[in-house]
Ligand binder design. Sequence first.
Ligand SMILES: C[S@@+](CC[C@H](N)C(=O)[O-])C[C@H]1O[C@@H](n2cnc3c(N)ncnc32)[C@H](O)[C@@H]1O
Length: 231
Amino acid sequence: MNLSRNLDDVRQQFEERAFDYDGLIPRLIPQYREQHEIILQLIDFETHANIKVLDLGAGTGILSAMILQAFPQAKVTAFDMAQNMLKVCQTNLSAFGHRLTLQQGNFAEDDFGSGYDLVVSGLAIHHLDGAGKQTLFKKLFQSMNSGGILLIRDIVTGATPRLTEQYEQLWRQYMKANGEDDAAWFQNYLKEDIPSSVEEQTQWLAAAGFADVACHWRYLNFAIFGGIVPR
Ligand SMILES: C[S@@+](CC[C@H](N)C(=O)[O-])C[C@H]1O[C@@H](n2cnc3c(N)ncnc32)[C@H](O)[C@@H]1O
């Protein structure tokens, strides 16, 4: 697969879906909102900590909003390659004013800044292949402060091909039960998404230098995992 062409297709998809993304995504992703509670619980900074945050593949800003709300001194950079997603993000999060910075770019190639205390990424990194993920994890490690927390929620494969297939069937049933065309979404997934297993990704995070690397939550082919930058 040509990775940059794949990312162009992905960007185009999100440009087109930006304006109904927020209503659509909970119908496609099981336990989508429940995941937010867990992510928030795992961010163990003081409420009034002056933290610098990166939301990688921020989309319409769902994770950014949650963090800006919970940490009133936090400053968040919402980084995304799709201009329309960032437009919706700006509208949705306008109440946070200068605490939110929007940055358009491709995190596989472009600079996303440094000095971060917290990096979150939701449903975005699976658009990179294994080598791309490993390079990104190293780049993320370099971009974060010591004690920094990385939390990724993403679509993943099972530990074996049989488990992957079983999870994918159950995922399709979830989409179908919500009135979605599961066959069409699944075709799209096969064409554009390059999920890796939790097992591989936690190894890559540890190899990049992260400590306390773990999978914190998992439901079928969705997981929340990450690590911290050692002090
Ligand atoms: C499924 S949305 C996720 C939005 C939000 N983070 C969430 O958890 O619901 C994925 C977002 O990641 C962005 N994205 C995917 N690959 C990217 C890349 N290489 N660089 C920047 N943004 C990317 C897409 O444009 C899209 O807005």
